[in-house]
Each structure stands twice: as C-alpha cells, then as structure tokens.
Design a protein around this ligand. Structure first.
Ligand code: M6R
Length: 366
C-alpha cells in the first residue's frame, strides 16, 4: 500500500507531480485558452463583485491560504484576508453579503473550519470550499467548491494536499484575473502553459532528494531551526517550519525574512540552522542581504535557490536548486525540499513519521 516507499509521507511527497497534474487535468486547457471549473463558472459574479475574499483554514491549509492571498491580490486584484478558522469564528467578525469565504481543508472535517463556514453562511456570505475528501462535511456544507485531486493523504503531515490546494487556488485566481480583464490573452496563455509544465519541474525538484538526505545528516541533532522567505515564499517558510516541528519534534519557526531584524536575529549563532528561500524572482537582492546578515553571525545557511544561482552559493553552507519559474509558481517547487528535509530528519531521529505523537489526521474537535 506504500508502493515500495518506507513511509506514506515519502510516497505522498513523490506523488506530487501526479497529484498536481490530476488537479488541473480536464480543467486547464492552454490550447483553448480556458480553465474550466464549474464551481467558479456558475458563480463568477459572486467572486467578481465581492468586496473581499476571506480565506479560512487551519494548519497547512492555512498556509495554502496565505499563498493564495499573494496570488489573488497579485493576479486578480481582489482584496483577501486569511484567517485561522478558530480565531475567525470566535471574534465576532464583520461579514457581509458581498463577502466570499473560501474554506480550505484537506479532510473536509476540521471542526473550526466547519464552524467558520456556518457563521459566514448565517451572515449571508457566499461560501466556496477547496477540499480533498469527496463528500466530506465541508464539501457538503459549502455553496460551491472545487476539489483538489490529490488522492488519499494518509501521512498526518500534509504534503500533496498543500501543493494541490495551491494549484486549485491559482487556477481560480487566473480565471478571475482573465474575466476581470487584468490579464491579456497572451499573458493568460503564458501562465496556463507554465502551470501545465509544473509537474515536470516538481519531478526535477525531487531529484534533490539524495542531497537533502546528506544535509539532514548534518542537522538532525539540532534543537532549533529558522525558516525564512519573502513574498510568495513567506508562507512556504511557515510550512517548512510546521513540517519539521510536527514530525521531528525540533523547534522551528518560520518568518518573513525581513522580520529577522525585529527579533529572531538574536537567536542566530553557530548552532542555528537557517533555511532560506532565495529564488531569483522574488526580492532576491533583499534575501541575499538577509543571508549575509545570518552568515556574519555564524548561522548555518541552507538555501533554496533557482538553478544556476552563483551569488548565494558563495555564502550558503548548502544550496538546493529548484527549476526557474514565475514567482507565483515558486511555492509549488520550493516546498518540496523542505518536505524532504523534515522527512529525512524525522526518520534519522527515529520518529514515527506517518503518525507523529499527539496529532490526528483530521481534527474534528476544537
Ligand atoms: O484537513 P485540514 O486541511 O482541514 O487540516 C488542517 C490541519 O489540521 C492540517 O493541515 C495539519 O496542520 C497538518 N497535520 C499539517 O501537516
């Protein structure tokens, strides 16, 4: 059932090219210049006339929501707020009939997310679900939705659910951008074609696995780890940190790279590994100067860079290369090495990777 892999998590990491492909298959049609998504097509007015989009989710799905905030605002120019479902439901939020709420949930059973949906519906908002499990409570409770086609995710640590959620949310943003006239035909076509090529780039990124295993060997006994990224890759830093803490029990924090000097920099010494996402498109120079700051404080730098990068190679202790991509698509690639890093470290520490202590696959109680 693990298809020759030692753990479900590794199998699911390796399934990502296929899972992303399955998620856009039948929807993405670059030759015709369209993305077909019935849930959006039938409700496009609700989206286009929305005051704002509120995204609610928990855990990794919340991180996908944060990536979507960058994508929606950048591509479709619709204001987005991303909320922890647990906070949103209890803080007497202002919700109007002109709001669209997107709930993201792999399992479709997360109690707080479900409660946030009910609250939004009571207040007249239009509620759209992005779920993986077909027929789940959230899928049934929402007004419309789009499934991720990741296939069953067994490992408690979410991997392919995350990248397929981003894929669905990106297709929605592109569709809306096109309908709003933000994108020209040619820009739209270019992005559709690029998204179609992402599974192949994920495949290439997975080839970094042996290198990541070596890096993991070096840092497996660390007691702390920092993850930094900017823009689209700030949520990826959060996700990398969550993966490490949940399966290896190493304390990890994700930060927007520029926030480092507002506190976390005090933690940096020769014992501190810092994972930095420094892809070429995305405030590259600024991230490079963050890397310099870490280096001068003797922090150990593991950098995720674009193929062919030389500048960071000079500074970092380890570099992991991912294929070149538009900034908006880099999270689909930069996430992969971080998943592998946490996986190998957890295995080396003898942790139960698929069933980490104290955690459940679906959190059906608050
Ligand atoms: O099923 P959901 O997507 O609603 O689950 C949300 C979180 O419980 C989940 O992403 C959790 O954070 C994962 N264990 C992270 O790997």
């Amino acid at each position: 059932e693990k298809g020759g892999y030692e753990h479900f998590m590794l199998k699911e990491i390796y399934e990502q090219p296929r899972a992303i492909h399955d998620t856009f298959r039948g929807r993405l049609r670059p030759d015709q210049g369209i993305i077909k998504m019935a849930g959006i097509d039938q409700n496009s007015e609700r989206f286009l006339n929305a005051n704002r989009i509120i995204i609610v989710a928990c855990g990794t799905s919340w991180h996908a929501g944060l990536v979507a905030e960058y994508i929606f605002e950048d591509m479709a120019r619709i204001p987005v707020e991303v909320e922890y479902a647990s906070e949103f439901r209890y803080r007497n939020p202002v919700i109007t009939e002109n709001d669209v709420l997107i709930a993201i949930s792999q399992s479709g059973e997360t109690a707080d997310t479900l409660a946030a949906i009910k609250l939004a519906k009571e207040n007249g908002a239009f509620v759209f679900g992005v779920c993986n499990v077909v027929g789940s409570s959230i899928a049934r409770e929402t007004d419309a939705g789009a499934y991720t086609h990741a296939g069953p995710e067994i490992g408690v640590a979410s991997t392919k659910a995350f990248t397929t959620q981003i894929t669905v949310l990106m297709m929605i943003a592109m569709k809306l951008a096109k309908e709003k006239g933000v994108f020209s035909e040619s820009k739209y076509h270019e992005l559709l074609t690029e998204l179609e090529g992402i599974p192949q780039k994920v495949e290439r990124t997975l080839e970094t696995n042996p290198l990541i295993e070596k890096i993991s060997e070096v840092y497996k006994d660390s007691s702390n780890c920092l993850y930094l990224g900017r823009g689209y890759n700030f949520p990826v830093a959060l996700e990398g940190a969550l993966k490490l803490k949940e399966i290896s029990y190493i304390h990890a924090e994700g930060y927007p790279a520029a926030e480092m000097k507002h506190g976390p920099i005090a933690l940096i010494d020769e014992q501190m590994p810092v994972v930095v996402i420094a892809t070429r498109k995305g405030h590259y120079e600024k991230v490079v100067s963050n890397i310099q700051e870490i280096k001068s404080r003797k922090g150990k730098i593991i950098a995720v860079v674009t193929e062919g990068d030389n500048t960071v190679k000079e500074l970092a202790d380890h570099v992991v290369e991912v294929p070149e991509a538009s900034e908006s698509m880099t999270p689909l690639l930069t996430t992969i090495p971080l998943q592998l890093l946490s996986y190998h470290i957890a295995v080396m520490r003898g942790c139960n990777v698929d069933q980490p202590r104290n955690l459940a696959k679906s959190v059906t109680v608050e």
